[in-house]
Ligand binder design. Structure first.
Ligand code: ADP
Length: 529
């Protein structure tokens, strides 16, 4: 590999591949951690939703407690006959509240019951008998009551649930401190049945929060109770749950509709891995393309600089020969006429060679600029080949070549640019001469193949390695093995041939074997052009 290309590969690796590999590995390692973090974030979000349901139920009961304060203040000033009606109307506002009691302290003899239990008809507020149940609740929760009083002393009302497990009264007393405007503090309790509370109070709120994304459930496995915001949901599917603050043996649960958090997190991880993979592939392809392009450019730059030195060399040789022989003639150093003639012919030969080189460079630059014009006329390919043969025959035989032509006389007239085709054949013959070693035999042959007429030039020279056979038609390309360094050339000849053949919509076929020889066949379509 060329030094410059090597340097570029190193730069590409350091600048792009190493950081990318580092990033990718880092990304994959941190994927696991990310998964955990995301899982936690999801679960925190679900917790926040459960928290809001809890908060809502507490707000509800605490608003009931405040209403009770107001009501008690109100009934202080009402005449006794109207109290019953007031109690009734207050009671009707709280359908899931079954009973309320108010007592001065634990062990109070005058417990006031705001009896909501219609069947038992305990409606009177001021003169009801002490209910043994309430008394039991208060005495068994004496410390709790004291705590509530002390909270209230510091201006803070807390509501605490106490569970009732008797078969007749299943539910919770929510205890709190009731306070009149005048500042009198008493212990109060609301009896609430959790399942009714769930259906009547929580259900609308839960539906509103859950919408279509979640299922929110309230359940108590011991009592085999469950309420779900969505039908056909089983409590066993609940993904995350919390205790309901106001009814501690009830749970609220939440689940994502359709997927679990693990599913979501895994999906994200898979998407991320796929993206990272895709990115890596794109990056690798990009680096490869950059590498290929740079390599090509570097090679072309190299080839161009070779071209300049080759061409200068090619120009210099005939020039120095011409000037040397001209000087010799000028100084009258040549005595015999024969020798003089020989020198004149060398000068004219070298001048010819010079003009050929200059012409091929000019032709080439015209082609490169897309400016070369072709003049297609109906012609005999045999005639064009024969003309080249005749103009080279003498010259080549002088150089020790056997030079022959074999024509297929059946080739019809085809439309070609005679000058260009002749130039192509000349280029092939030139190469055959240049790249022949000891076996100096060149053959021009014409013929037909499928729908093509062809002319081919065959030599017994050094041949072309298989790997280079495609490249030799590229501009400036010269095979780097064999005798090429002894043979002068610009690397333009075959690219000019290729251009000419393409202009004729024809093809070039090459048969070549190293050390055995080469055959270049130029094919021209019959009758179509
Ligand atoms: P050049 O000026 O170098 O001859 P060409 O474009 O004519 O440029 O040829 C490109 C290369 O192909 C040559 O440098 C030579 O290596 C190889 N080549 C062309 N013709 C022959 C041939 N007849 N035998 C062996 N090698 C050939």
């Amino acid at each position: 590999m060329n030094k410059t290309v090597k340097r570029i590969v190193v730069i590409l690796i350091i600048l792009i591949l190493l950081p990318a590999a580092f990033l990718t590995i880092n990304e994959i390692i941190s994927l696991n951690q990310n998964e955990e973090v995301i899982g936690r974030i999801y679960s925190n979000q679900l917790d926040a939703i459960l928290y809001s349901v809890n908060q809502y139920s507490e707000d509800v009961v605490s608003s009931w407690a405040s209403r009770l304060d107001l009501f008690i203040d109100e009934v202080q000033n009402i005449e006794e006959e109207k109290i019953l009606a007031a109690v009734d109307s207050f009671r009707n506002q709280f359908p899931s509240l079954y009973n309320i009691f108010i007592a001065d302290s634990v062990g109070d003899k005058h417990i006031e019951l705001l009896g909501f239990d219609k069947k038992k008809n305990r409606n009177s507020i001021f003169q009801t008998k002490m209910d043994s149940l309430v008394n039991h609740v208060l005495t068994t929760n004496r410390t709790l009551v004291e705590k509530l009083f002390s909270y209230s002393q510091s201006g803070y009302r807390k509501i605490e649930p106490v569970k009732l497990g008797t078969p007749a009264n299943r539910g919770y007393f929510l205890l709190f401190i009731e306070q009149t405007k005048l500042g009198k503090k008493r212990i109060a309790g609301m009896f609430i049945e959790p399942q009714q509370f769930t259906y009547r109070i929580l259900s609308p709120k839960i539906q509103e929060i859950a919408q279509k994304e979640f299922v929110i459930s309230v359940f108590n496995r011991a009592e085999n109770f469950q309420f779900n915001s969505s039908r056909d949901f089983k409590v066993s599917e609940v993904q995350q749950s919390k205790t309901l603050w106001i009814f501690p043996d009830y749970q609220i649960g939440i689940s994502l509709v359709g997927q679990t958090i693990e599913d979501l997190v895994q999906q994200r991880a898979i998407t991320n891995i796929l993206l990272i993979g895709l990115l890596t592939v794109v990056l690798l392809i990009g680096v490869w393309i950059v590498y290929r392009n740079i390599k090509k450019e570097v090679e072309l730059a190299q080839i161009k600089s070779d071209f300049v030195s080759n061409v200068s060399h090619e120009l210099r040789t005939p020039l120095s020969l011409i000037s040397m022989f001209a000087e010799t003639l000028e100084m009258d150093r040549v005595k015999t006429e024969g020798k003089k003639k020989e020198y004149y012919s060398i000068i004219s030969q070298e001048a010819n060679r010079l003009s050929k080189i200059v012409n091929s460079i000019l032709n080439f630059s015209k082609m490169e600029a897309g400016k070369r014009q072709y003049n297609f006329v109906e012609s005999y390919l045999n005639d064009v080949a024969e003309n080249v043969y005749h103009s080279y025959k003498f010259h080549l035989e002088q150089k020790g070549f056997t030079f022959n032509i074999l024509k297929d006389e059946t080739i019809p007239i085809i439309k070609i640019d005679e000058e260009a085709v002749s130039e192509a054949i000349v280029n092939l013959v030139d190469n055959a001469v240049k790249y022949s070693d000891n076996n100096k035999a060149i053959l021009i042959r014409t013929g037909m193949e499928n729908n093509y007429a062809f002319v081919e030039v065959e030599d017994k020279g050094i041949g072309i390695p298989e790997k280079d056979q495609k490249k030799i038609f590229d501009k400036f390309f010269r095979v780097s093995s064999g005798n090429v360094h002894n043979v002068k050339g610009s690397g333009l000849g075959l690219s000019i041939v290729k251009h000419i053949i393409e202009a004729h919509k024809g093809k070039i076929e090459l048969f070549s074997e190293v050390n055995k020889g080469s055959k270049f066949r130029l094919l021209f379509p019959l009758g179509k052009n």
